[in-house]
Ligand binder design. Sequence first.
Ligand code: F6P
Length: 548
Amino acid sequence: MPKPLPDTNPTSCTSWKALTHHKKSIESIPIKAFFAKEPNRLDYTTFSWEEFYVDTSKNRWDKKTFDLLLQLCDELQLKKAIDAQFSGEKINATEDRAVLHTALRKVESSPVYVDAENVIPEIKKVQEKMYAFCDKIISGEWKGYTGKPITHIVNIGIGGSDLGPAMVVEALEHYKNHLQLHFISNVEGDHHQEIVKDIPLETTLFVIVSKTFTTQETLSNANSIRQWFLKKAPENAISKHFVAVSTNIEKTAAFGIAAENTFPMNDWVGGRFSLWSTVGLSIALAVGPSHFKNLLEGAGKMDQHFKETPFEKNIPVVLALLSIWYNNFWGAESEALIPYTQYLRNLPAYLQQGIMESNGKSVGRDGKRVNYETGTIIWGASGTNAQHAFFQLIHQGTKLIPTDFIGFKKELKKNPDHQQKLLANFIAQTEALMNGKTEEEAALELKHSGVSQTDIDQLVPFKVFEGNKPTNTLLIDQLTPKTLGALIALYEHKIFVQGVIWNIYSYDQWGVELGKQLANVILSDLAGTAVHQHDPSTTALVKQLKLK
Ligand code: F6P
């Protein structure tokens, strides 16, 4: 197996050891006290880049922490790793693949080589095919088998072939055209039946998206829908209503999809990083090629920032280092992500695949079990809804949950009153999480509301907020295809930096294979075509289903 990335246990680094000592020396200092100690704290903790203002000052760190974390990047040769990724080296070593979703959104067209072949011309060719197809569908030039223009798009895919397109289509609702988009992912039959029951067959286009074209869920759904379609439409209507996105052109052909209706993708695009490729076809259909290009441009600009900016000013690097700091030195188990817009309500779910499928690994690049924590758990929901759901635990629970707050200065539909309230909440939460409320403040507040001293004495412990809860604030001008592209790319690079530091392979996903294999074994048990030996619990469960 080639080893294009450095292979160093991070705990062996001088800076790692120094960080362990350093943490002890600052752990009792509350975040708010750092502002008094460091009059210029905002100089090194805030970043202005394009339409982004990122504030990392409300964290349990000081300049020394920052410098030691930067030293860690140097000791672990982060720069070399970044260059290896962008130049097409096969850094996904366990699958022997390059990792080049960045090539799909390059803002300039210098060559990128994979196996000595420049991949840029082919990328452009495929993009042109995709855009031309989108134009035909959107304009109504492309007709269904009865001669009517397409009105509905159904994306059939799962994991990276669903989450990215679904999240972005929802996020860019404001920029959408007349086409109605639906997403079928789960193998559960009820899910696809709920969707097909309301769609007009004559004017619906089905986009089957599967990098491998072997995924059980997607193929089952695609086959069932084709059968449903052929109950009403003739066989030759398939070419007007089914297109595919895949690396596996043989299998798409075997499914009955003609080459001109197949949009290829490359094995150097990982599923969870694929919305920039033809996997984004549903996005390009929903918002049109020009907005899709802006999405790519925003991501491409973030790529440039990541690749070219010194680490101390590099937003994805700094956010990754903070995450390492809490995960490995403070024992934080999870991170929350709260976008203050309903449009991004599914960003946490999307990033769960990106972050947890990438960095949920326990074997280092040396092939040995790691002796430190990796992969953060990511969760969240939109603000302000989240404030009325789980914020209680972040404010007053026992767990340390570093939280990213993502907000936009300007709303998309004119509604200044609501926008101001939204942003007031957005900022107030980070302030409250940092400052908390002392016993004295809580007692005074109760006194002012006329509560008796006896009740004050009993109530105060419950009204205290310890504060000192770390947050990052990402304040962005407005939610546009371009800023969204940059935001997603930012988190992609954060994932990569963490993987490099943890000395793991971020771009494979062997951990999802075992469940897939065993599902096929159980399927044959349930179908009665085989009888396998299982543990007593599993045997009893299989029996329960056979009795139903
Ligand atoms: O479940 C794992 C996975 O391989 C993901 O990484 C991927 O996004 C998803 O399955 C779908 O795979 P495909 O696009 O090949 O159908």
